[in-house]
Design a protein around this ligand. Structure first.
Ligand code: AMP
Length: 636
């Protein structure tokens, strides 16, 4: 039987490679674009969502059109982020693995440029690049684009949103006039239209799905909660979905770190991804997420852009994006490769109007969902456990030797009793945590009189906590996760005892529970960091103005939106509950051992952090622009 990719005009070598990747049938976008692009004679505009098979849609025709006997750049693919760049390059390498002498290079900021230059010098036919680094290399006269026949602008809307317009102009001016340009974009704002008009000659335009429409495989839901209940609502949603594998979006780097830290402390398998992390840290986080060693990736829009991780079950909008169109990109992290997914918005009652706007943009209705009650969560968790017990793979060989003793231990219990006890082992913990769980659903208008999330934080004090000054901060390459580990390791206290961490430039403030403050002082008595004596003081002892010269005034952060919930909740979610901690703190160790926010930070070596902060020469790439460049984008 002829392979459907062959029918579209793809050659055997490439067909065999995609077969190895498990591609049996072309996706709709591939079916539509491949025959058109294979002609190689037209400019092209493809309006397509991410996750639809876009890379193969342009990648397979490119491989057919390139002359691999010639070792010169013939195709240039520009994309907005390093992650996407690596992904595309990797896909193309996989697609071309059976083609002799095929060379693909990925060129992106935040990585060693010498290595990239070396690869280019050795000869490549396909260059996949982010604009900042590409321009850098062009500026060094290290690449010759005079043989380029095809330019692909992938996620064009995102590139423009990130301010790459001028860079793209400059890069394209170094390519021949008669090249063909293929542009892909998830949305079609006026700026992308303008690009199509300025750079292209009568492009063939294909719309895969309806314009600006979200992926049909994604269900959209929203929950209305009071601003102060947002974090509790997030936990409840996660608890109600024991198999969740989700990306949680926050608006700022600070919120991202906050939410991740609190989830980790509460025993969830989570970590943060944002632009304050070094490239190495971001890679580690992504690797853990890809390998499913982490359940919840808490990310900013910029950091998560272009991430292609299959089988993400949920996207959670912890905060709605500043720009309406970002919603399509966020929700596109789920429902990929034909799978279904759920995109959830946790909003306050004043934001219902925004949901209506989103419905108009994506052309789909949102379902108003109710947060489950504590009882619902317990039931769900219980049966998840029951199913796990039922389906667990039994290692007969290993367990057999213990069976007689186990049977002996249970000899006075009936089968029913044993089952009851196994189930209760976990269930009691859920029950304990959720027995007094309040109804978190808020009605429209419930937010009246509330000061909003920020105002709420500001108003709350940190009762029971001592605020301390430390002479280390972000210039020492500390993230908040690092600082937390540093405090815990040296102060010999658990993460639960640490309140807000206010990371400044050359110093920071952090809170610890009053009754462990002395222990922390003791622990830090002779700690050095990079040859420097680490000093901690009670905040105010030094006469240092807390907010002095710092935009994020200490006062604002003190209360901490999550601290309240955590403290009043008597120590976090049930996942981080007493049992687990007393049995060795496995909840927390999860993060630590796998290289996430809780690395072993003893205060002596920081080698693992690597030198380069992201950005490097690719100045606009990565997280620097988190928070949104925005101007050209449609605001709410
Ligand atoms: P993309 O939109 O190119 O990022 O692709 C999204 C995901 O779909 C990637 O994980 C691809 O490997 C996968 N994919 C692309 N085309 C196919 C296909 N024809 N069959 C199965 N999976 C595919």
């Amino acid at each position: 039987m002829t392979n459907p990719f062959q029918l579209l005009g793809i050659s055997d070598d490439v067909v065999n490679a995609v077969k190895d990747l498990g591609f049996e049938n072309p996706t709709p976008i591939q079916e539509q674009s491949i025959p058109v692009l294979l002609e190689g004679t037209n400019d092209f505009v493809g309006l397509a969502q991410t996750g639809t098979g876009k890379t193969a849609a342009f990648g397979l025709p490119l491989l057919e059109l390139i002359d691999f006997k010639v070792n010169k750049p013939q195709a240039l693919i520009l994309c907005p982020t390093r992650e996407l760049c690596l992904q595309i390059a990797n896909d193309l390498k996989n697609f071309s693995k059976n083609i002799a002498n095929a060379h693909v290079v990925a060129v992106y900021g935040g990585a060693n440029i010498m290595q990239q230059l070396r690869e280019i010098r050795q000869g490549v036919q396909i260059v996949v690049a982010t604009p900042g680094r590409m321009l850098d290399i062009i500026g060094r006269k290290a690449i010759d684009f005079s043989n380029v026949k095809y330019v692909v602008l992938d996620e064009a809307d995102e590139m423009l949103n990130m301010g790459f317009q001028d860079d793209i102009n400059d890069i394209l001016s170094t390519t021949p006039d008669d090249k063909k340009t293929w542009l892909f974009s998830a949305t079609m704002p006026a700026e992308v239209r303008r690009i199509a008009k300025n750079y292209m000659d009568n492009p063939i335009e294909l719309t895969m799905g309806t314009k600006n429409t979200g992926n049909v495989n994604i269900e959209h839901e929203y929950y209305i909660v009071r601003a102060r209940d947002k974090y509790a609502a997030l936990k409840r949603i996660v608890d109600f979905n024991p198999e969740i594998f989700a990306v949680v979006f926050c608006k700022t780097k600070l919120d991202t770190q906050d939410v991740a830290e609190h989830l980790i402390k509460d025993g969830y398998n989570a970590d943060a991804l944002h632009g304050d992390l070094s490239q190495q840290q971001r890679d580690k986080v992504m690797q853990r997420f890809r390998e499913r060693n982490m359940q919840l990736l808490i990310a900013t829009d910029v950091a998560a852009r272009g991430i292609d991780v299959n089988n993400v079950t949920h996207v959670i909008n912890y905060s709605l994006p500043d720009e309406i169109e970002s919603y399509t990109h966020r929700s596109g992290r789920t429902g990929r490769a034909g799978k279904t997914g759920i995109s959830i918005c946790i909003i306050n009652s004043k934001e219902v109007g925004k949901i209506r706007q989103l419905e108009r943009i994506i052309g789909k209705q949102f379902t108003k969902a109710e947060l489950p009650t504590g009882f619902d969560v317990c039931e769900k968790q219980l049966f998840s456990l029951v199913h796990k017990v039922h389906n667990v793979e039994v290692n007969e060989e290993q367990i057999d030797q213990y069976i007689p003793r186990i049977m002996d231990e249970f000899k006075d219990l009936s089968k029913e009793d044993v089952i009851k006890r196994f189930a209760s082992l976990e269930f009691n913990r859920f029950l304990e945590y959720y027995s007094k769980a309040p109804d978190l659903n808020a009605a429209v208008g419930d937010d009246r009189g509330e000061r909003g999330e920020r105002g709420e934080r500001r108003g709350r004090g940190s009762e029971g906590y001592t605020r301390l000054f430390i002479n280390l901060g972000s210039v020492d390459e500390f993230t908040r996760g690092d600082m937390l580990s540093f405090i815990c390791n040296n102060g010999k206290i658990g993460g639960k005892s640490v309140g807000k961490i206010d990371l400044k430039g050359v110093f920071s403030f952090f809170e610890v529970e009053d009754d462990v403050a002395d222990k922390v002082f003791e622990g830090f008595k002779s700690v050095e960091f990079n040859g420097r004596q680490v000093r901690i003081e009670k905040s105010g002892d030094s006469g240092r103005g807390e907010g002095a010269g710092e935009r994020r005034g200490g006062g604002e952060r003190r209360g901490g939106g999550f601290g309240g919930e955590r403290r009043s909740g008597g120590g976090g979610g049930y996942r981080g509950g007493g049992d687990r901690r007393s049995s060795g703190g496995s909840g927390r160790r999860e993060g630590g051992n796998s290289g996430g926010g809780f690395r072993d930070f003893s205060g002596r070596s920081r080698d693992e952090k690597g030198g380069s902060r992201e950005g490097g020469s690719g100045r606009r790439e990565g997280g620097n622009r988190e928070g949104g460049s925005g101007e050209r984008r449609k605001k709410w």
